[in-house]
Design a protein around this ligand. Sequence first.
Ligand SMILES: Nc1ncnc2c1ncn2[C@@H]1O[C@H](COP(=O)(O)OP(=O)(O)O)[C@@H](O)[C@H]1O
Ligand SMILES: [Mg+2]
Length: 458
Amino acid sequence: MNIPDSPQHPEINNTLSELTLLYQFSNTMLSTIRLNKLTHLILTAITAPSSNLFERAILFLRNEKTNVLQGMVAVNRQLSEVLQIVGGHDALGSRWDISDEIIAQQRSAEFCLQVRLTRIEIDSVCPLMHHIISERSLCHSDETLCQQCQTCHFVRPLCGGPFAAAPLVSRETTIGMIVVDNPDSGREITSDNLHFLQLFANQAGMAIENSMLYNRIEDANINLRDARERLLHGERLAAIGEMAANLAHELKNPLITIGGFAGRLLKSLPAETREHQYVDTIVSEVSRLEKMLAEILAFSRKPTICFNACDLEEIIHDCLASCATAFEEYSIKASFSTDIPPWTVSGDAHQLKQVFLNLILNACDAMQEGGQLTVALEKAPLGNKTVIVTVEDTGGGIPKEMLPQIFNPFFTTKHHGTGLGLAIANRIILNHFGSIEAHNTGHGAVFIIRLPLAENAD
Ligand SMILES: Nc1ncnc2c1ncn2[C@@H]1O[C@H](COP(=O)(O)OP(=O)(O)O)[C@@H](O)[C@H]1O
Ligand SMILES: [Mg+2]
């Protein structure tokens, strides 16, 4: 439908053009979801020369939690000339559009920047605010409402002369306000203008609320998607763990048989022969696989702890003694220092030994070219209730980006690793009400374990 001009009846023309604007606004609302673009479109439309309504418009949105009106956007006529009318072959089917480039220009205009720094406290006794926000009615500053009001000082420097402000209402709540004025020409704001502003603001309120709801739904959707991903990842890990445990269980018995027979064969073969060498490789590889399976099974088993008083110093001495061959093989110097005993903790000695063995063997893996292993036992400074064990090496350390992952099950950088050693250690320490953390020292890595000392261990 094309609307014909009626030169004899200018008021009919005005009404028609206002109706057209409202139609175009409805169409624009239906096709604009992004809040940022919507607010720019709203202000550009009421300040555009084609609509001939106002020369400048400011939009405030209300923060319900803080009860503050926050300046969001301001547009003046110079920057609203670029409003495009697109879609539909007649006025009633068309809608407005502006490019992202124009939005950026409008945002960086000085007046807009000044508006965006403006915050108006709603709690004050300002009659203007009361009128707009609480009574949800339009306000024209020519009225004698706010001659001595403090709050209006926020609006007055922005507007200078007469202005009109309309509430943005949605579902019985005021979600913001639009302020308009004519600073260039000083043209009076007519009652027709005010009437139109009211109609327009009613629609704008709903459109803005819809857009904010849409944004919230979109955010919730993203959060939901993230949570689902994490859940799937967790489930996948659990499934992999279960599969690995089943597999380990199935492989264990035949492997023991192979190892047993290979051991017997090795004894019956003359040394220095090729066959002896082959069987020797079978024996050592089988024992490596057995260790790997033991780790997988230890990780998959539900941990049961047998709490007993155990001496940490003794446990660490045992661990160091079991690794003596590895120290020799890799030319590692090991040192162990302790404060004044006792070092009694309540726990499962077998499991605690597994923790320190895993840490020491990892340190050996990191120092295959030789190095220094330093293990120390000391009491935490506050209250002497906690023991701190540090296991430090000079093996080059752990790459920074890997640090957050090393305690994850199956995380390994080794060719023959299972990635379970630290996951098991972490679980055991947590079950003993302690903590374990890893850092880099510059020369290597240091693992710090904290465990509560047994009650009567002073
Ligand atoms: N002392 C250490 N120095 C350097 N890297 C280490 C050290 N301890 C652990 N890591 C890193 O953490 C990873 C995980 O260790 P772990 O859980 O014991 O599994 P695995 O030893 O089977 O690889 C190792 O592959 C290694 O990259
Ligand atoms: Mg390991």
